[in-house]
Ligand binder design. Sequence first.
Ligand code: NAP
Length: 255
Amino acid sequence: MKNLFDLKGKVAIVTGASSGLGVQFAKALANQGADIAIVARRLDRLEQVKKEIEAMDVRCIAIKCDMLNSNEITSMVSEVKAHFGRIDILVNNAGVGTGIPADTQTDDEWRSTLAVNCDAVYYVAREVGKVMIEQKYGRIINIGSIHSTVAMAGSPISAYCASKGALLMLTKALANEWAKHNITVNTLGPAYFPSEMTSDVMASEGFMQAVQAYCPMGRPGRDGELDGAIVYFASDAASYTTGQYLAVDGGWTAI
Ligand code: NAP
Protein backbone atom coordinates (compact mmCIF):
# COMPACT_ATOMS: atom_id res chain seq x y z
CA MET A 1 0.00 0.00 0.00
CA LYS A 2 1.20 3.51 -0.84
CA ASN A 3 2.59 5.40 2.15
CA LEU A 4 0.21 8.37 2.33
CA PHE A 5 2.56 10.25 4.64
CA ASP A 6 5.68 9.95 2.49
CA LEU A 7 7.22 13.40 1.83
CA LYS A 8 10.26 12.35 -0.22
CA GLY A 9 10.88 14.83 -3.04
CA LYS A 10 8.87 17.55 -1.31
CA VAL A 11 10.34 20.86 -0.15
CA ALA A 12 9.12 22.53 3.03
CA ILE A 13 9.67 25.96 4.57
CA VAL A 14 9.32 26.09 8.36
CA THR A 15 9.39 29.59 9.85
CA GLY A 16 10.37 30.09 13.49
CA ALA A 17 12.55 26.98 13.33
CA SER A 18 15.31 28.22 15.66
CA SER A 19 13.52 26.93 18.78
CA GLY A 20 10.45 25.23 20.20
CA LEU A 21 7.71 23.82 18.02
CA GLY A 22 9.32 24.98 14.77
CA VAL A 23 12.30 22.68 15.36
CA GLN A 24 9.91 19.79 16.01
CA PHE A 25 7.85 20.53 12.89
CA ALA A 26 10.99 20.70 10.73
CA LYS A 27 12.26 17.38 12.08
CA ALA A 28 8.86 15.68 11.74
CA LEU A 29 8.70 16.63 8.04
CA ALA A 30 12.37 15.68 7.49
CA ASN A 31 11.63 12.33 9.10
CA GLN A 32 9.15 11.66 6.28
CA GLY A 33 11.82 12.59 3.71
CA ALA A 34 11.11 16.27 2.94
CA ASP A 35 13.94 18.71 2.23
CA ILE A 36 13.67 21.66 4.59
CA ALA A 37 14.31 25.40 4.61
CA ILE A 38 14.49 26.59 8.21
CA VAL A 39 13.92 30.28 8.86
CA ALA A 40 14.31 32.65 11.84
CA ARG A 41 16.44 35.58 13.05
CA ARG A 42 18.95 33.62 15.19
CA LEU A 43 21.21 32.13 12.52
CA ASP A 44 23.51 30.41 15.07
CA ARG A 45 20.55 28.42 16.38
CA LEU A 46 19.40 27.60 12.85
CA GLU A 47 22.87 26.29 11.94
CA GLN A 48 22.68 23.79 14.81
CA VAL A 49 19.19 22.64 13.77
CA LYS A 50 20.42 22.36 10.16
CA LYS A 51 23.13 19.89 11.24
CA GLU A 52 20.55 17.78 13.09
CA ILE A 53 18.24 17.75 10.07
CA GLU A 54 21.02 16.90 7.59
CA ALA A 55 21.87 13.94 9.80
CA MET A 56 18.37 12.65 8.90
CA ASP A 57 19.55 12.27 5.29
CA VAL A 58 17.63 15.15 3.73
CA ARG A 59 18.77 18.51 2.40
CA CYS A 60 18.42 21.61 4.58
CA ILE A 61 19.16 25.32 4.23
CA ALA A 62 19.07 27.89 7.01
CA ILE A 63 17.93 31.41 6.17
CA LYS A 64 18.00 34.45 8.43
CA CYS A 65 14.80 36.43 8.08
CA ASP A 66 12.95 38.91 10.27
CA MET A 67 9.20 38.42 9.99
CA LEU A 68 8.75 42.14 10.68
CA ASN A 69 10.36 42.95 7.35
CA SER A 70 8.32 42.02 4.26
CA ASN A 71 11.29 42.64 1.93
CA GLU A 72 13.27 40.01 3.85
CA ILE A 73 10.29 37.64 3.57
CA THR A 74 10.16 38.10 -0.22
CA SER A 75 13.94 37.49 -0.51
CA MET A 76 13.74 34.43 1.75
CA VAL A 77 11.04 32.80 -0.41
CA SER A 78 13.01 33.58 -3.61
CA GLU A 79 16.12 32.04 -2.06
CA VAL A 80 14.28 28.81 -1.18
CA LYS A 81 12.79 28.57 -4.70
CA ALA A 82 16.20 29.23 -6.29
CA HIS A 83 17.90 26.65 -4.05
CA PHE A 84 15.42 23.77 -4.27
CA GLY A 85 13.50 24.65 -7.47
CA ARG A 86 10.08 24.35 -5.81
CA ILE A 87 8.17 24.85 -2.53
CA ASP A 88 5.54 22.25 -1.65
CA ILE A 89 4.88 22.84 2.04
CA LEU A 90 4.81 25.96 4.20
CA VAL A 91 4.61 25.77 7.99
CA ASN A 92 3.80 29.32 9.04
CA ASN A 93 5.00 28.89 12.62
CA ALA A 94 7.00 31.98 13.71
CA GLY A 95 5.15 33.74 16.48
CA VAL A 96 5.36 35.75 19.67
CA GLY A 97 3.42 35.42 22.89
CA THR A 98 2.47 38.42 24.94
CA GLY A 99 0.62 38.79 28.20
CA ILE A 100 -0.14 42.49 28.72
CA PRO A 101 -3.33 43.72 30.40
CA ALA A 102 -5.71 45.09 27.77
CA ASP A 103 -6.25 48.41 29.57
CA THR A 104 -2.55 49.32 29.68
CA GLN A 105 -1.29 47.76 26.44
CA THR A 106 0.32 50.37 24.17
CA ASP A 107 -0.26 50.73 20.43
CA ASP A 108 3.27 49.43 19.79
CA GLU A 109 2.82 46.38 22.02
CA TRP A 110 -0.46 45.50 20.30
CA ARG A 111 1.01 46.07 16.83
CA SER A 112 4.18 44.03 17.45
CA THR A 113 2.11 40.93 18.28
CA LEU A 114 -0.24 41.35 15.33
CA ALA A 115 2.71 42.09 13.02
CA VAL A 116 4.44 38.73 13.62
CA ASN A 117 1.44 36.48 14.36
CA CYS A 118 -0.86 37.78 11.65
CA ASP A 119 0.69 40.20 9.09
CA ALA A 120 3.80 38.06 8.55
CA VAL A 121 1.75 34.87 8.27
CA TYR A 122 -0.06 36.49 5.36
CA TYR A 123 3.10 37.94 3.77
CA VAL A 124 4.87 34.55 3.81
CA ALA A 125 1.74 32.77 2.49
CA ARG A 126 1.38 35.39 -0.26
CA GLU A 127 4.96 34.95 -1.51
CA VAL A 128 4.93 31.15 -1.20
CA GLY A 129 1.43 31.11 -2.72
CA LYS A 130 2.77 32.65 -5.96
CA VAL A 131 5.20 29.72 -6.30
CA MET A 132 2.55 27.14 -5.39
CA ILE A 133 0.02 28.60 -7.87
CA GLU A 134 2.62 28.31 -10.62
CA GLN A 135 3.41 24.68 -9.77
CA LYS A 136 -0.29 23.86 -9.12
CA TYR A 137 0.47 22.21 -5.79
CA GLY A 138 0.85 23.33 -2.22
CA ARG A 139 0.21 22.60 1.42
CA ILE A 140 0.09 25.55 3.84
CA ILE A 141 -0.21 24.97 7.57
CA ASN A 142 -0.71 28.03 9.76
CA ILE A 143 0.14 27.51 13.40
CA GLY A 144 -2.73 28.88 15.42
CA SER A 145 -3.47 28.00 19.02
CA ILE A 146 -6.34 27.00 21.25
CA HIS A 147 -6.47 30.79 21.61
CA SER A 148 -7.63 30.96 17.98
CA THR A 149 -11.01 29.89 19.36
CA VAL A 150 -11.05 30.47 23.14
CA ALA A 151 -9.53 32.99 25.57
CA MET A 152 -8.45 32.02 29.09
CA ALA A 153 -9.97 32.98 32.39
CA GLY A 154 -8.02 35.82 33.99
CA SER A 155 -5.24 35.87 31.37
CA PRO A 156 -4.22 39.16 29.70
CA ILE A 157 -3.77 37.78 26.20
CA SER A 158 -5.93 40.06 24.06
CA ALA A 159 -3.34 40.69 21.33
CA TYR A 160 -2.37 37.01 21.17
CA CYS A 161 -6.02 35.91 20.93
CA ALA A 162 -6.81 38.54 18.30
CA SER A 163 -3.80 37.51 16.19
CA LYS A 164 -4.48 33.79 16.41
CA GLY A 165 -8.20 34.28 15.74
CA ALA A 166 -7.38 36.34 12.65
CA LEU A 167 -5.05 33.58 11.47
CA LEU A 168 -7.96 31.13 11.59
CA MET A 169 -10.08 33.25 9.25
CA LEU A 170 -7.07 33.95 7.02
CA THR A 171 -6.71 30.17 6.68
CA LYS A 172 -10.33 29.82 5.54
CA ALA A 173 -10.12 32.71 3.09
CA LEU A 174 -6.88 31.47 1.48
CA ALA A 175 -8.24 27.91 1.35
CA ASN A 176 -11.24 29.19 -0.62
CA GLU A 177 -9.20 31.40 -2.92
CA TRP A 178 -6.49 28.85 -3.72
CA ALA A 179 -8.41 25.54 -3.80
CA LYS A 180 -8.59 25.81 -7.58
CA HIS A 181 -4.78 25.77 -7.70
CA ASN A 182 -4.58 22.50 -5.75
CA ILE A 183 -3.32 24.32 -2.66
CA THR A 184 -4.67 23.35 0.75
CA VAL A 185 -4.53 25.72 3.71
CA ASN A 186 -5.20 24.53 7.26
CA THR A 187 -4.66 25.64 10.85
CA LEU A 188 -3.11 23.59 13.64
CA GLY A 189 -4.19 24.64 17.13
CA PRO A 190 -1.95 23.41 19.96
CA ALA A 191 -2.72 23.88 23.64
CA TYR A 192 0.32 24.39 25.91
CA PHE A 193 3.60 22.70 24.94
CA PRO A 194 7.06 23.34 26.46
CA SER A 195 9.02 26.00 24.53
CA GLU A 196 10.82 29.30 25.07
CA MET A 197 7.50 31.09 24.65
CA THR A 198 5.72 29.08 27.34
CA SER A 199 8.56 28.51 29.82
CA ASP A 200 7.47 31.34 32.17
CA VAL A 201 3.77 30.57 32.08
CA MET A 202 4.33 26.83 32.48
CA ALA A 203 6.61 27.46 35.48
CA SER A 204 4.14 29.87 37.08
CA GLU A 205 2.18 29.11 40.17
CA GLY A 206 -1.29 27.96 39.25
CA PHE A 207 -0.44 26.74 35.74
CA MET A 208 -0.97 23.07 36.57
CA GLN A 209 -4.18 23.96 38.44
CA ALA A 210 -5.46 25.70 35.30
CA VAL A 211 -4.49 22.69 33.20
CA GLN A 212 -6.34 20.39 35.59
CA ALA A 213 -9.39 22.67 35.41
CA TYR A 214 -9.49 23.26 31.65
CA CYS A 215 -7.84 20.25 30.04
CA PRO A 216 -9.63 16.89 30.27
CA MET A 217 -6.31 15.05 29.87
CA GLY A 218 -4.96 17.07 32.82
CA ARG A 219 -1.49 17.71 31.40
CA PRO A 220 0.30 19.94 28.87
CA GLY A 221 1.36 18.58 25.49
CA ARG A 222 4.63 16.69 25.14
CA ASP A 223 7.43 16.84 22.57
CA GLY A 224 6.37 14.87 19.51
CA GLU A 225 2.62 15.07 20.12
CA LEU A 226 2.16 17.53 17.23
CA ASP A 227 4.21 15.49 14.74
CA GLY A 228 1.29 13.39 13.46
CA ALA A 229 -0.91 16.42 12.81
CA ILE A 230 1.76 18.42 10.95
CA VAL A 231 2.72 15.44 8.78
CA TYR A 232 -0.95 14.73 8.05
CA PHE A 233 -1.68 18.28 6.84
CA ALA A 234 1.57 18.32 4.81
CA SER A 235 0.98 14.98 3.10
CA ASP A 236 -1.20 13.36 0.45
CA ALA A 237 -3.28 11.90 3.28
CA ALA A 238 -4.86 15.38 3.57
CA SER A 239 -5.41 15.99 -0.17
CA TYR A 240 -9.15 16.73 0.35
CA THR A 241 -8.78 18.60 3.65
CA THR A 242 -8.68 22.38 3.39
CA GLY A 243 -9.81 25.42 5.38
CA GLN A 244 -9.86 23.32 8.53
CA TYR A 245 -8.69 23.77 12.12
CA LEU A 246 -7.33 20.85 14.12
CA ALA A 247 -6.93 21.38 17.87
CA VAL A 248 -4.27 19.19 19.46
CA ASP A 249 -5.11 20.10 23.01
CA GLY A 250 -5.89 17.12 25.23
CA GLY A 251 -9.56 18.07 24.92
CA TRP A 252 -9.07 21.67 26.17
CA THR A 253 -11.54 23.19 23.68
CA ALA A 254 -14.00 20.29 23.86
CA ILE A 255 -15.51 21.46 27.15
P1 NAP B 1 9.35 29.82 20.64
O1 NAP B 1 10.19 28.70 21.09
O2 NAP B 1 9.47 31.14 21.31
O3 NAP B 1 9.59 29.99 19.07
C1 NAP B 1 9.17 31.13 18.35
C2 NAP B 1 9.88 31.12 17.02
O4 NAP B 1 9.41 32.26 16.25
C3 NAP B 1 11.39 31.24 17.15
O5 NAP B 1 12.01 30.36 16.25
C4 NAP B 1 11.65 32.70 16.76
O6 NAP B 1 12.93 32.78 16.10
C5 NAP B 1 10.54 32.96 15.77
N1 NAP B 1 10.25 34.38 15.66
C6 NAP B 1 9.69 35.21 16.59
N2 NAP B 1 9.67 36.48 16.14
C7 NAP B 1 10.24 36.47 14.90
C8 NAP B 1 10.54 37.47 13.95
N3 NAP B 1 10.27 38.77 14.15
N4 NAP B 1 11.15 37.09 12.80
C9 NAP B 1 11.46 35.80 12.56
N5 NAP B 1 11.20 34.80 13.44
C10 NAP B 1 10.61 35.14 14.60
O7 NAP B 1 7.80 29.48 20.74
P2 NAP B 1 6.93 28.23 20.30
O8 NAP B 1 6.10 27.88 21.45
O9 NAP B 1 7.76 27.20 19.65
O10 NAP B 1 5.95 28.92 19.24
C11 NAP B 1 5.90 28.55 17.87
C12 NAP B 1 4.50 28.84 17.35
O11 NAP B 1 3.57 27.97 18.00
C13 NAP B 1 4.00 30.26 17.62
O12 NAP B 1 3.26 30.72 16.51
C14 NAP B 1 3.09 30.07 18.82
O13 NAP B 1 2.11 31.08 18.91
C15 NAP B 1 2.50 28.72 18.50
N6 NAP B 1 1.94 28.03 19.66
C16 NAP B 1 2.75 27.60 20.67
C17 NAP B 1 2.20 26.92 21.75
C18 NAP B 1 3.03 26.38 22.88
O14 NAP B 1 2.44 25.96 23.88
N7 NAP B 1 4.33 26.36 22.79
C19 NAP B 1 0.82 26.70 21.78
C20 NAP B 1 0.03 27.16 20.74
C21 NAP B 1 0.61 27.81 19.68
P3 NAP B 1 14.02 33.92 16.33
O15 NAP B 1 13.82 34.49 17.70
O16 NAP B 1 15.33 33.19 16.17
O17 NAP B 1 13.77 34.90 15.23
